[in-house]
Design a protein around this ligand. Structure first.
Ligand SMILES: [Cu+2]
Length: 462
């Protein structure tokens, strides 16, 4: 929830807004709002100014503002925060206004925005408005376009929103550390014409990644590629809320990427069109139908679709390692090995030995393993038919009949109409048929012997 003080502060000032122009009048800093919870907050409908369909920030919230004359005033506070990545895992991050990512800033094309930034970190920072056309001195590159904001200081950014679209904000000051610690947020600018590109439901999230050793709560900020927590808005599955949609709605999903690698985001059940990048809206004639869109590093993509098919539709990054939590990459590969014998011998010297399963890793989704405090299983989450065997960048688009406008509450599992779920065939052979010629007979006698491709069997049988 918004803190009561902050929320009332944002609303109450509307009445008392005087005529203010120019930076000399910018004193009187708005009281900053702060969020305590990582639950998705109801979108913040515009109480004044131009109408628009507000975005829903997955597991996040929207920053209240006040009007001060012609200026829309926001207040960001850069500060250390605790973020729950999923139930059972709390992480020390840096963020804004109580959370990481920071609150979504939302405004309208043509708005004059004044954004106060207070630095409550122990080192200096700045804010860069990623993708936004701003005067050079408002671009937030510490040392290049402005002095860094020292701890305890407040700076003001003022600019006119020239272009609608999907943007981000993040520091340009000790950038590697500050972004690795989770300093980022979304900045959505709606078109001046409320009907232009309008959708019924508009979801937004920003992607970040962390390297957090099991049992610890601080990201290793020097890590460059080998991350183990792949997050949407600082959450990992099963901690990511579903995208709840009424059947027939026109839906938009806006995605930003501030990780160190690209993420091909895949939606099941639909084809969509990429309608917007951080460079602007894509003309209708140039949009391709897609089911996956790759979101490059330092970029944003928004895609639209009409939700005409009810169900629980998976949405996830298609890099399979990014739908895992706390993944150790040095697990030994034992697919096809006679692991039971191996496990028995290894356990004599390494009591808590655990390996990847010999049939695959699915057994990990069912196991209730003893984990260190403050970490998450690699594969987790249960659906109505069993374990989902997912983590990281995974959620569900839940399309249902008759959901009330503005209702984003989880409707529970989809009730499939009779006869529409994949089913087992009874009476079929328990032995899957195999190609007898090419398949070598594997038995105890040939363990450890090489089987050459194309040979008719193991050499030990000759
Ligand atoms: Cu990915």
């Amino acid at each position: 929830m918004y803190s009561r003080r902050g929320f009332i502060g944002a609303a109450a000032v509307l009445a008392g807004a005087g005529v203010v122009s120019g930076r000399s009048q910018a004193a009187g800093i708005p009281e900053p709002a702060s969020a305590k919870s990582a639950a998705t907050q109801a979108p913040l409908s515009p109480a004044n100014g131009q109408d628009y369909q507000p975005v829903v920030t997955l597991n996040g919230w929207t920053l209240p503002w006040r009007m001060n004359g012609e200026w829309k005033e926001f207040h960001l506070v850069a500060e250390p925060v605790m973020r729950e990545m999923a139930p059972g895992m709390q992480v020390h991050l840096w963020g804004y206004n109580g959370q990481s990512p920071g609150p979504t800033i939302e405004a309208v094309e043509g708005d004059k925005v004044r954004i106060f930034v207070t630095n409550k970190l122990d080192e200096h920072t700045t804010v860069h408005w990623h993708g936004m056309p701003v005067p050079n001195g408002m671009d937030g590159v510490g040392g290049l376009t402005q002095p860094h904001i020292e701890p305890g200081k407040t700076f003001v950014y003022e600019f006119v929103l020239k272009r609608s679209g999907t943007f981000m904000y993040h520091p340009h000051s000790d950038e590697m550390v500050q972004m690795a610690m989770g300093m980022m947020g979304l900045f959505i600018v709606h078109p001046r014409d409320p009907q232009l590109y309008r959708v019924d439901r508009d979801f937004a999230f920003i992607m970040s990644s962390y390297d957090i050793d099991a049992g610890t709560s601080l990201p290793k900020v020097m890590t460059m590629t080998d991350f183990d927590m792949w997050a949407w808005n600082g959450r990992v599955f099963p901690g990511i809320d579903p995208l709840v949609v009424r059947r027939g709605d026109r839906v938009r999903v806006r995605i930003g990427n501030l990780t160190m690698t690209s993420h091909p985001i895949h939606l099941h059940g639909y084809s969509f069109e990429v309608t917007c990048t951080d460079g602007g809206w894509i003309p209708a004639s140039a949009r391709l139908p897609e089911v996956t869109t790759d979101v490059p590093v330092g970029a944003m993509r928004a895609f639209d679709f009409v939700a005409d098919e009810p169900g629980d539709w998976a949405i996830h990054c298609h890099k399979a390692h990014h739908t895992m939590n706390a993944m150790g990459h040095d697990v030994k590969l034992l697919l096809g090995a006679r692991e039971r014998d191996l496990r028995q011998s290894v356990t004599k010297v390494v009591p808590n030995y655990m390996s990847m399963g010999s049939a695959g890793m699915a057994e990990m989704g069912r196991m209730q393993m003893q984990l260190p405090d403050n970490t998450l299983p690699m594969m987790t989450g249960f659906g109505q038919y069993g374990p989902l065997e997912m983590g990281g960048m995974f959620s569900v688009v839940k399309v249902r009949e008759g959901i009330a406008p503005g209702d984003y509450g989880n409707p529970g599992p989809y009730r499939h109409p009779a006869g529409t779920v994949a089913y087992e065939v009874k009476g079929a052979s328990e032995e899957a048929p195999r190609r007898s010629e090419a398949a070598p007979a594997v038995g105890p006698a040939i363990e450890g012997k090489a089987i050459k491709p194309g040979s008719r069997g193991p050499t030990s049988h000759h």
